[in-house]
Design a protein around this ligand. Structure first.
Ligand SMILES: [Zn+2]
Length: 489
C-alpha cells in the first residue's frame, strides 16, 4: 500500500483523545520523544562522575554541546578543585514572567561493582529497565530536563520567561555544591521558582500511579563523629570492656542504633498522611486519625506503628518523616587481629526535622551515650567558625509555598499524564541542595519526574540502580507539559 489514509476516529476515541491530549501533543509521538530522553540518559550514565572525586567536567562539556547549536547562552563553571563543573543553559524568554530554574545533579555516589549484576556505567537496558549508577539519582532528571528544553528549542516555542537549566556538580557530599555556586555566581541561578530533586512518583501495588509526591521542605543532614580511647594492648589480656576503645564505642553505638526517637508531626507531614489516607482508604485512614489525635509520646508511637503497618510500601519513609533519625554508617577501629586498638571511631548520620537546633540534638546524643569519655563532634566541610551560622540559616528555612503557577502546573499535568494520580506536597526524608534557594525565599519543588515502584525506589544509592524505560518516557511528557504550561507564550 503506497497511500496512507487517516481512519476516522470513533466518537469515544475522539473524546478520549481530546480529553487527554493538549494541542501540542498531536504533532509528535510521545514515545519517540521519550526514547530520545532514554538515549540521552544512557549517554549520561556512561560518564563516570563518581563523587569523590566528582569529576563532571566531561559531562558538562557534553551537555553544552547539545545546547550550543541552538544559540543558547551557556556557562560551565569549574570549581577551584578543577573537577566539579556546573553546567548552566539559559533559554531566553520575553521577560513577561520572572525566571524558572530546573536543577539536577550530574555527580553520583560510588557503585560497589562486585555487588551489581551489570556494569554500573554501561547503561544496559534489560526487561524494560535502564540500569546504571545515577539512573534515578539524578541523571534521569538531567536527561528529562535537557530533552524537554531541547524540544522547546526544536519546536521554536516562544517563551514568556527565562528557563535556567542547571546541571550541577558536587551534590553527593562534595565541597563545591550549589551553596558554593550561590556564594560565587548567584546572578546565573537566581530565579523566582524552581524544580529540584525530591518527592517521588510512586506506583501502587497494581502498577498504576496514584500519588505524585512533591517535596516542599527537606530534612537537615548532620554527621557526627564519635571517638573512644583506651589502652592499646595485646589481645590475650581480657581488659574490662568499658576500659577499651572498642568496648566503649560498641556500648555507645548500641544505644544509638536501637533507640526509638520520639514521633514529631509537622503540619506538612500531617497533610501528607491525610492525603495518603484519601488515596488508600481503609485501615490507613483510621490509623492516621488516631495518630493525629494522640496526646502523648507513648500514644503517638503506638499510632505511628499502626500507620506504618497499614501502609507497608512506604513504612520506612513514613518512619523517617515522623522523627529525627540516626544511623551508624561508618565504623573504624583496629589494625591487626591480635591487638586491642587504642582508638575507635564511628560516623553517625542524622537527619533532623526542619527547624531542629543541631546543637541541641548533639547534646541529646551525648546524654543518650552517657559516657563523657567519648568525643562527639560535628563533621562538616565548612570552617568551624562558619558552621553555626550555616546551621542557623538551614534550620530557619520555611517550607515552600504551593501557591505558585509552577505548583499548579505540576498538579494539572500530573493528572493529565496519570489520570488516577493526586499530587501530595510533602517533606523529604533526605536533604537536597534546594536549601540554597529556599534560604533566599525562593519556592523549590522536589520531584524525581519518573514513576517508581517500591523495589526500584529502594535502589537509590544501592546496587542495581535502575529506572523503567516507560517511566522516562512518561516523565518527559510530564515535564514538557509543565514547561509549556508555565513558560510558553
Ligand atoms: Zn540526588
Amino acid at each position: 500500500m503506497f497511500l496512507s489514509r487517516k481512519l476516522p476516529l470513533s466518537a469515544a476515541a475522539m473524546a478520549l483523545a481530546l480529553a487527554v491530549s493538549p494541542s501540542w501533543a498531536a504533532g509528535r509521538s510521545a514515545d519517540a520523544e521519550g526514547d530520545k530522553a532514554v538515549a540521552l540518559l544512557q549517554e549520561l550514565i556512561r560518564f563516570d562522575t563518581t563523587n569523590a572525586p566528582g569529576d563532571t567536567t566531561k559531562v558538562a562539556a557534553y551537555l553544552e554541546g547539545l545546547f550550543k547549536p541552538y544559540g543558547v547562552q551557556t556557562d560551565i563553571i569549574v570549581a577551584p578543585n578543577g573537577k566539579a563543573a556546573h553546567f548552566i543553559a539559559r533559554l531566553k524568554g520575553d521577560g513577561t514572567l520572572p525566571p524558572l530554574l530546573l536543577a539536577a545533579h550530574t555527580d553520583v555516589v560510588p557503585a560497589q561493582r562486585d555487588s551489581w549484576t551489570v556494569d554500573p556505567f554501561a547503561a544496559i537496558i534489560k526487561d524494560g529497565f535502564l540500569y546504571g549508577r545515577g539512573a534515578l539519582d539524578n541523571k534521569g532528571s538531567v536527561a528529562i530536563y535537557a530533552r524537554a528544553l531541547l524540544r522547546l528549542l526544536e519546536d521554536k516555542v516562544k517563551l514568556k520567561r527565562d528557563i535556567i537549566f542547571l546541571a550541577e556538580a558536587d551534590e553527593e557530599q562534595g565541597q563545591y555544591t550549589t551553596s558554593w555556586l550561590v556564594q560565587n555566581h548567584w546572578d546565573k541561578i537566581d530565579a523566582a521558582v524552581a524544580l529540584n530533586e525530591g518527592g517521588g512518583i510512586l506506583t501502587a501495588p497494581d502498577g498504576s500511579v496514584r500519588q505524585v509526591n512533591v517535596s516542599i521542605a527537606d530534612k537537615q543532614t548532620l554527621n557526627l563523629k564519635l571517638t573512644a580511647h583506651g589502652p592499646a594492648a595485646h589481645s590475650s589480656f581480657p581488659l574490662p570492656p568499658m576500659t577499651t576503645a572498642n568496648g566503649q564505642l560498641i556500648a555507645a553505638l548500641d544505644k544509638i542504633a536501637f533507640t526509638e526517637t520520639p514521633i514529631r508531626l509537622l503540619p506538612q507531614t500531617v497533610a501528607y498522611l491525610k492525603g495518603l489516607a484519601r488515596i488508600y482508604p481503609g485501615p490507613l485512614a483510621g490509623a492516621v486519625d488516631r495518630l493525629v489525635a494522640a496526646q502523648d509520646d507513648a500514644a503517638r508511637l503506638v499510632a505511628a506503628k499502626e500507620v506504618m503497618a497499614a501502609h507497608p510500601q512506604e513504612a520506612v519513609t513514613l518512619s523517617a518523616l515522623m522523627r529525627d533519625t540516626m544511623v551508624v554508617t561508618m565504623i573504624n577501629a583496629g589494625v591487626k587481629p591480635n591487638i586491642i586498638p587504642g582508638e575507635a571511631e564511628a560516623i553517625v548520620n542524622a537527619r533532623l526535622m526542619p527547624g531542629a537546633d543541631v546543637y541541641e540534638f548533639v547534646d541529646q546524643v551525648k546524654r543518650l551515650i552517657d559516657n563523657p569519655a567519648i568525643g562527639v563532634e560535628i563533621v562538616n566541610a565548612r570552617p568551624k567558625e562558619e558552621q553555626a551560622a550555616f546551621f542557623r540559616e538551614r534550620s530557619a528555612i520555611q517550607p515552600s509555598s504551593t501557591e505558585t503557577d509552577l505548583f499548579a502546573a505540576l498538579d494539572k499535568q500530573a493528572r493529565r499524564v496519570w489520570p488516577k494520580a493526586e499530587v501530595l506536597p510533602m517533606m523529604l526524608q533526605a536533604s537536597t541542595d534546594a536549601g540554597a534557594w529556599r534560604a533566599h525565599g525562593i519556592p523549590v519543588y522536589g520531584i524525581w519526574p519518573y514513576p517508581v515502584d517500591p523495589d526500584t525506589f529502594s535502589r537509590v544509592h544501592g546496587n542495581d540502580e535502575r529506572v523503567a524505560v516507560a517511566s522516562i518516557r512518561q516523565g518527559l511528557d510530564y515535564i514538557y507539559g509543565v514547561l509549556r504550561q508555565v513558560a510558553a507564550r
